[in-house]
Design a protein around this ligand. Structure first.
Ligand SMILES: [Zn+2]
Length: 132
């Protein structure tokens, strides 16, 4: 995907990773950007899901029980990226979906840089409807 690494400026790739919260809660399939540069490997939760992840952590509180949470049940984008990843047998469908997601993520970054809350909300909704 297009966004550059905030540390070194190289290309990043979106992958699904597990995030551990307060050493007790494992949150699976969180979309993160990973720098493609081996020497850097900077990892960052992607902006579109930051709010969902923050809400989830706030709901868990400071002293959460040991548990595992599937982020794809919380975030539509995570769910969608999982579906794309599973589209192995049909490369054409997968590429078309990836391209669409890329476009919307780019627009989201633009809306975010403009501080346009309504547009950000609209794009978030559109991101959730790609698979339908
Ligand atoms: Zn980097």
């Amino acid at each position: 995907m297009h966004k550059k690494c905030s540390r070194c400026g190289k290309d990043t790739e979106i992958v699904l990773r597990n995030v551990v919260y307060r050493k007790r809660v494992k949150i699976t399939n969180v979309p993160v950007q990973v720098c493609q540069d081996d020497g850097c490997s900077h990892l960052q939760v992607i902006d579109v899901v930051k709010e969902d992840l923050k809400d989830l952590m706030e709901n868990l509180g400071h002293n959460p029980q040991r548990q595992s949470i599937e982020f794809e049940q919380v975030s539509e984008l995570s769910h969608m990226l999982l579906l794309i990843a599973r589209q192995e047998e049909d490369a054409t469908v997968r590429e078309a979906l990836e391209e669409r997601v890329n476009e919307l993520l780019d627009l989201f970054l633009l809306a975010q840089s403009l501080g346009d809350q309504d547009w950000m909300k609209e794009l978030r909704q559109r991101l959730t409807k790609i698979m339908i």
